[in-house]
Design a protein around this ligand. Structure first.
Ligand SMILES: NC(=O)c1ccc[n+]([C@@H]2O[C@H](COP(=O)([O-])OP(=O)(O)OC[C@H]3O[C@@H](n4cnc5c(N)ncnc54)[C@H](O)[C@@H]3O)[C@@H](O)[C@H]2O)c1
Length: 231
């Protein structure tokens, strides 16, 4: 149920990887707080009446992403928020994955963000001109900075997401950095090879402060990661 007096009322958002897990929860939350929301995913979300607008695309396909972003912009009438959330997991040490797997996971987790943001920036800049701000949110992970030996490839992709997010900000893109990195933790998504027990042990080993503590029911937080505003 959309709340027309909610904090996102009047805004339009696109969430990639929004058909399940953290992306679907984020899309529902934005819609529940008043936003019109399109979900870009390879599969259609079961949105349980949340009114999400599906745009089918694979983030590894640049032409499909451009078409899907344009369709979302037309359907929603504008685009104020892009949540780059589509991602895939990979288990194994640096020895365990071949080149094809490295290319596949980097293509989804890193280039997927590049393609979607590139396609959406004209609409975000237009929204920023009209309302003074627009936002790009990239879902990162504590793997970006923790160094998880059993997740060499996944960690490398999230490290790249972290650096990319910082690098996206600047006068040439018109994007300014607004918030530091945090990460969803211990969400029971469908990533292969995930070991929450390992993550927790690793977090303790590295003495990390978790700014976004996991919820016992697996509900992800609304705060995803680095938040950059297109101005
Ligand atoms: N689950 C966790 O504990 C956790 C922790 C830290 C970060 N993350 C990150 O959060 C994000 C979401 O994770 P999740 O656990 O909800 O995963 P999930 O597997 O439940 O959902 C991922 C969604 O992305 C979509 N997707 C995957 N590849 C795609 C592609 N090529 N094109 C379009 N859509 C694609 C899937 O169809 C799915 O709907 C990912 O970026 C992940 O790396 C998750």
């Amino acid at each position: 149920m959309s709340d027309q007096s909610g904090e996102f009322a009047g805004l339009a958002a696109l969430v990639t990887g929004g058909a399940s897990g953290i992306g679907l929860a984020t899309a529902r939350l934005l819609a529940g707080r008043g936003a019109r929301v399109a979900v870009l995913d390879r599969v259609k979300a079961d949105d349980e009446g949340a009114g999400l607008y599906p745009v089918l695309a694979d983030v590894t396909d640049d032409a499909a992403v451009r078409a899907a972003v344009a369709e979302a912009g037309r359907a929603l009438g504008r685009l104020d928020i892009v949540v780059n959330n589509a991602g895939t997991g990979a288990a194994g040490t640096v020895e365990d994955n071949d080149d094809a797997e490295w290319h596949r996971v980097l293509d989804v987790n890193v280039l997927g963000i590049v393609r979607t943001t590139r396609a959406a920036l004209p609409l975000l800049r237009q929204a920023a001109r009209e309302r003074g701000q627009a936002a790009v949110v990239n879902t990162c992970s504590v793997a970006a900075v923790a160094g998880l030996p059993q997740r060499a490839l996944y960690s490398a992709t999230k490290g790249a997401v972290y650096a990319l997010t910082l690098a996206m900000a600047g006068p040439r893109t018109g994007i300014t950095s607004r918030e530091n990195i945090t990460g969803p933790q211990k969400h029971q998504g469908s990533h292969p090879g995930r070991s929450p027990a390992h993550d927790q042990t690793s977090a303790q080993r590295h003495g990390r402060h978790n700014p976004d503590p996991p919820r016992s029911n697996g509900t992800p937080s609304a705060r995803v990661t680095h938040d950059a505003a297109a101005t």
